[in-house]
Design a protein around this ligand. Structure first.
Ligand SMILES: Nc1ncnc2c1ncn2[C@@H]1O[C@H](COP(=O)(O)OP(=O)(O)OP(=O)(O)O)[C@@H](O)[C@H]1O
Ligand SMILES: [Mg+2]
Length: 243
């Protein structure tokens, strides 16, 4: 479904991605981990076309994304849900309206959009507060609205970049449960950046470890966390002993 080949990106001549290659298959949950600054967000931002790579290719559902004309970028984005560290909800709209927005934009009839939005919010564990604006919701609730907003479009691939990083630890659990739930959908590919070792262990089909713009290790969570081969893997192994 997603194939990243030799991806390269520099900022002001400083190489940040030095040839990153991996795949995400339909139904697979891949967790990308690594130290701060190693290039995880840059990788995600190249995939959803927020950044132009300097080299390499990204193939999504058979299409080379570098060949997509600017006017068709939004069509690709409709098939890729994404959720970032900061919730990016529209502050003047209610939770329900935030989730409905893209559906209405896509041409879904209002009644139907309302029903779908409530279904997605409920699936993410939100049963009330649909009329509240983002500022009236807790961080965990806001992030679950953002997850519902991505999911309601039924994307084939969902990109999550540290979705729990700006949350109070007490609120993290409810968001982790929501993420675990969305990773269980059989057809969808999930690419998740997180530092949550316990979550990665539970939901990942495959862990990819990055360091300084390169992939340094890749494999199933049990192997990567229990007998790591890379320096980064060994650091995560130490952390995972606390979980
Ligand atoms: N727009 C930009 N302009 C210049 N440098 C950038 C830009 N975006 C990222 N960088 C640099 O690229 C490097 C990788 O950043 P990136 O955000 O991909 O790291 P990350 O692995 O996601 O880290 P974190 O875990 O802290 O989120 C960093 O050194 C960062 O300063
Ligand atoms: Mg990042």
């Amino acid at each position: 479904m997603l194939e990243v080949c030799e991806l390269k990106k520099s900022f002001a001549r400083k190489p940040v991605l030095k040839g990153v290659s991996f795949q995400v298959k339909a139904g697979e949950t891949v967790v990308l981990m690594g130290p701060s600054g190693c290039g995880k967000s840059t990788t995600i931002r190249c995939i959803n076309l927020l950044l132009n790579p300097d080299g390499g290719r990204i193939i999504f559902k058979g299409q080379d994304l570098s060949q997509v004309p600017q006017r068709e970028v939004f069509l690709i984005r409709q098939e890729m849900g994404f959720v970032f560290q900061r919730f990016n909800l529209v502050s003047r709209l209610t939770a329900r309206e935030n989730v409905m927005l893209a559906l209405l934009y896509r041409g879904v009839e209002r009644e139907k959009a309302l029903e779908m939005a409530e279904g997605a919010l409920e699936e993410m564990g939100l049963h009330t507060g649909y009329e509240l604006k983002p500022a009236q919701l807790s961080g965990g609730e806001q992030q679950r609205v953002a997850l519902a907003r991505a999911l309601v479009m039924e994307p084939e691939l969902i990109l999550l970049d540290e979705p729990t990083a700006s949350l109070d630890p007490i609120l993290v659990k409810e968001v982790l449960e929501a993420i675990e739930k969305l990773s269980q959908e059989k057809r969808r590919g999930v690419l998740l950046v997180t530092h949550e070792v316990a979550l990665a262990r539970r939901i990942a089909d495959r862990i990819i470890l990055m360091d300084c713009g390169r992939i340094v290790e890749e494999g199933p969570p049990a192997r990567v966390f229990e007998s790591p081969r890379s320096w980064v893997g060994q650091r995560y192994q130490e952390i995972s002993q606390y979980h």
